[in-house]
Design a protein around this ligand. Structure first.
Ligand code: FES
Length: 293
């Protein structure tokens, strides 16, 4: 094998110690047996080797390739594609600050900058004590609780720069911290083993799944028209529009069919398409007469 970047032959990856290899082989066999084809087990196997060393090493990738009948290049391509696989030694606690749009404007950017300064770290860097790795993360579908910080993929909702500082200080000091919801917190290696598909035996881990937050539930009620206090945003009546405003469309001016609501009167009409082929008698949904022939 040749290291193209250096033009030097690359040494084979060192093997695991025999007892570690035997243990991992037994775990790998259990994982592989869950899939109709061995190569389908690559993602959980990468989590398995990550649970051993805290990141995916060349040794781990070679192990995965051997167990699955793949080339190390194929394993490397997958391991470098997904951000959940770490490629260098990192902390026991991966502190991810969501800086995607909603969290960013709700304070995520400020939290990230505060933690960078407090920990003297850049993105994807680890404290010298090996406890905390700080990183930007993308939306984790927890926007109801923005701004969100995740530690080893457990949720810490509605954070502030001050609460985030307390959080990382507690993690570094070994003080117990409790996620806002979801399973109890464990180390990155323990999390990786759970992600490899081994049952989480910890107390409270099964019951802790969480659900949609209040903002989503209110939105759902609005969409269903179930909330009588819903704030409805109606388009301004034609008479109230300035004279140079765009004229109503043909469909708005047309007589309405019995039961049809005028545009803007449904609780969610301000954020829903008002003109669709299904609601437009002149353009009914489905194939035209010519198309159906
Ligand atoms: S934008 Fe942060 S969780 Fe969605």
């Amino acid at each position: 094998m040749t290291d193209v970047s250096l033009g030097m032959p690359q040494l084979p990856a060192p093997d695991y110690p025999p007892e570690v290899r035997a243990r991992l082989e037994a775990d790998a066999a259990e994982i592989i047996s869950r899939y109709p084809g061995a190569r389908s087990a690559l993602l959980p196997l990468l989590h398995l080797v990550q649970s051993e060393e805290g990141h995916v090493t060349r040794t781990g990738m070679a192990f995965c390739a051997q167990q699955l009948g793949l080339t190390t290049a194929e394993v490397n391509a997958v391991a470098t594609f997904y951000t959940m696989y770490r490629r260098k030694p990192s902390g026991d606690y991966q502190v991810g600050v969501c800086t995607n749009t909603l969290c960013a404007v709700m304070g995520g950017d400020a939290i990230f900058e505060t933690l960078q300064e407090h920990l003297a770290l850049g993105n994807d860097e680890t404290t010298e004590d090996g406890k905390v790795t700080l990183e930007h993360i993308e939306c984790n579908a927890a926007c109801d609780f923005a701004p969100v910080v995740m530690v080893n993929w457990e949720f810490f909702d509605n954070q502030t720069p001050e609460s985030a500082i307390r959080l990382v200080d507690d993690l570094r000091a070994g003080r117990e911290v409790e996620p806002t919801r979801g399973a109890p917190l464990c180390t990155f290696k323990e999390t990786a083993r759970i992600l490899a598909g081994f049952p989480d035996q910890r107390e409270g881990a099964v019951a802790a799944s969480g659900g949609a937050g209040p903002a989503s539930l209110v939105g759902l009620r609005y969409a269903k028209g179930e909330n009588p206090q819903a704030r409805v945003v109606h388009p301004r009546p034609v008479s109230a529009q300035p004279e140079d405003a765009a004229p109503r469309t043909t469909d708005e001016a047309a007589p309405r069919t019995p039961g049809e609501q005028p545009p803007g009167t449904h609780p969610s009409s301000h954020d829903a398409p008002q003109e669709t082929s299904a609601s437009d008698p002149a353009h009914p949904a489905g194939p035209t007469a010519e198309e159906g022939e």
